[in-house]
Ligand binder design. Sequence first.
Ligand SMILES: *Cc1c(COP(=O)(O)O)cnc(C)c1O
Length: 388
Amino acid sequence: MLRSLTSVAQRGRLLARSFSSIDVSKLVVERTSSPKVKVPNDKLVFGAFTSDHMLEVDWQKEDGWSAPTITPYHKLELDPACSVFHYALEAFEGMKAYVDSKGRVRLFRPELNMKRLATSMERLAMPPLDQQGFLASIKELVKLEKSWIPKGEGFSLYLRPTVIATHPVLGVTAAQRIKLFCITCPVGPYYPEGFKPVKLLAETSAVRAWPGGVGDAKLGGNYAPTIRVQAEAAKKGYSQVLWLFGDQQEVTEVGTMNFFVFLKNAAGEKELLTCPLDGTILPGVTRQSILDLARSWGEFKVTERKFTINELTAAVKEGRVLEAFGAGTAAVVSPVKQIAYKGVDYEIPLNPADKAAGAGPLAQRMWNELKAIQYGEVEGHPWSVLLE
Ligand SMILES: *Cc1c(COP(=O)(O)O)cnc(C)c1O
């Protein structure tokens, strides 16, 4: 029997009684009757193609959570007064599902994404997220979309859990209705032809986040003001912005990634450095994983502390910087070859032993190790969660 998408979605809502938690046992699934044509692996563009289905869960203050629904991918119909449109009451996550060599589906530390979404929602005065219930629902979506997960090294299904305020009232107040949803996009490796190291422009006027702000929450509202700054950096030939903060011009993050420097410190020791989670830094899952791995190796100092752009450029001039890289779910690691600050370009080494390499030895090793865990090559690793 064919039903229109709207009626399917509405039926899910109407059928749905309300619950105090997100109850995956009440999940309503409506499969598509017209599957999309899949794009071949070599034609994938990040975020440009979506799969056949989407997950939705609604919440309203009087009733609690609706039953989760998985329905054919469809447009949302929203009242133009919804506070997401006016006051940016929106938060999102970015995570990936992988198929391993045995054809099994895996997620990577998904509980950290749920915890972070809960933090972002709390910051937006939204109701407490039922992290387990939402993750269980996302797992059902990923199982249904299994055929959409492209196979091969670096390929995955990118998951975009999102929350919006659907409260149709212009008053600036806590949302009494919200919608959680999740869409998925098949994606290829960020660097299909091997690492392509990036040039960064250290930004001296615009600021991404500040103490007491929301830099540690994954909010759409943090991104809107960065688009113009990023576009201006691109016009000057730099692919990402290195965000600085404060009178001392502390180094914080790069573009949409956390930032790492591997250097020989003043005492001559090797040290992997990233700034601390002081409330202005997004607590990246990749960042945490890199810190955890590096500490588990015990081969060099691993430090979360503030450092300034002057400290970094001085270390470059003294030949003490070994590598620098960004870290995030999309690229995993993104090697840096140059940083521009106040009109001066500072060259960051990649791999002195291999001039053709697009990444330094540490960035390459991190990528190898994370990939091996994500794709289940490391058997039974606690960070890799099997779906079935
Ligand atoms: C999402 C994000 C990151 C990376 O986080 P991961 O969990 O590693 O993907 C870093 N910085 C910002 C500002 C982000 O939004």
